[in-house]
Design a protein around this ligand. Sequence first.
Ligand code: 6PG
Length: 256
Amino acid sequence: MKRAMSPELLGRPEVRVFPNLEDLSRQAASRFEELANRCIAEGRIFAAALSGGSTPRRLYQLLAGPPFSDRIPWRSIHLFQVDERCVPPDHADSNYRMVREALLTNGLVPEPNFHRMAAELPDRDAAARQYAEELARVLKPQASSDWPRLDLVLLGMGPDGHTASLFPGSAALDEQSRWVAPNYVEKLTSYRLTLTFPVLNAAAEIIFLVAGADKAEALRQVLDASSAAGKLPAQRIRPAQGQVRWYVDKAAARFL
Ligand code: 6PG
C-alpha cells in the first residue's frame, strides 16, 4: 500500500534529497573527504566500511579521481567491506570486484589498507572469524564496549528493506555476538558474509545511499517512526553513539 509519509515525519533533519544519483554521490564524496580529514587532523586513522551493490559505484569512482582523490589522505585510511557475496573475487557479483574497478585500480589505497572479505572460502564460519580478527587488528574494540568503532559505514538498502546482507527473515538478523557472520539468503538461494547489527550500530556515522523509485515504499516505511519498529532490517540501524544520514534521490523520496 503506497501512501504519503505522515506529516509529523516530514523534514527529518537526517534526510537529504538530491535531484539525481550524480548529485547524491558528489555530496557523499564530500562528506567522506570531510570525515577522513577530520580523523587525520585528530591524529587517528580513518576507518570506513563500504557497501556493494550498484548505488555506491559512482561515489567510489568520484573518490578515485580529482578533485576528491587529491584531497583525501589515503595512506591513513583503512577500508573494509560491509558485506560480500560468497563468490570468487573476480566474479561479476563480487562486491570487491565492483570496489576494485571503481576505486582501487589507480593504486591510491595502499594494498594493506583495503581489507577484503574472503567470502569465497568454503568454510564460511572461518572466513567470518578471519574477517573479525582483521577488524580487531585495525580497530581495537573501545573500552566502553565490545564492538569496533568504524568512523563511517556506507550502506545501501534494497526494495525489501534489507541492508548490508541482513535480509528480512534471515538468520544473521539475530546475531548479537559475532562481528561478522555468514548468512543464507533464501530469496537469492545464496550465502553472503556480512557485518552484524552490533558492529554497524557501533559506528560513529552511517550514511545510507538510496536511489531509484523501487526503493520509495521501503524508504517511507523505514523513515516512518510510527511504522512497526524494526520490521525492516534497515530500521534496525540505530547507532547508540552515532549519526545516521540518508542521502536519497528524488525518485526514492517520492513518498516522503
Ligand atoms: C549488496 C549490498 C546490499 C545493497 C543493497 C542495495 O551486497 O548487494 O551490500 O545491501 O546495498 O542491495 O543495492 P543497490 O545499490 O544495487 O540497489
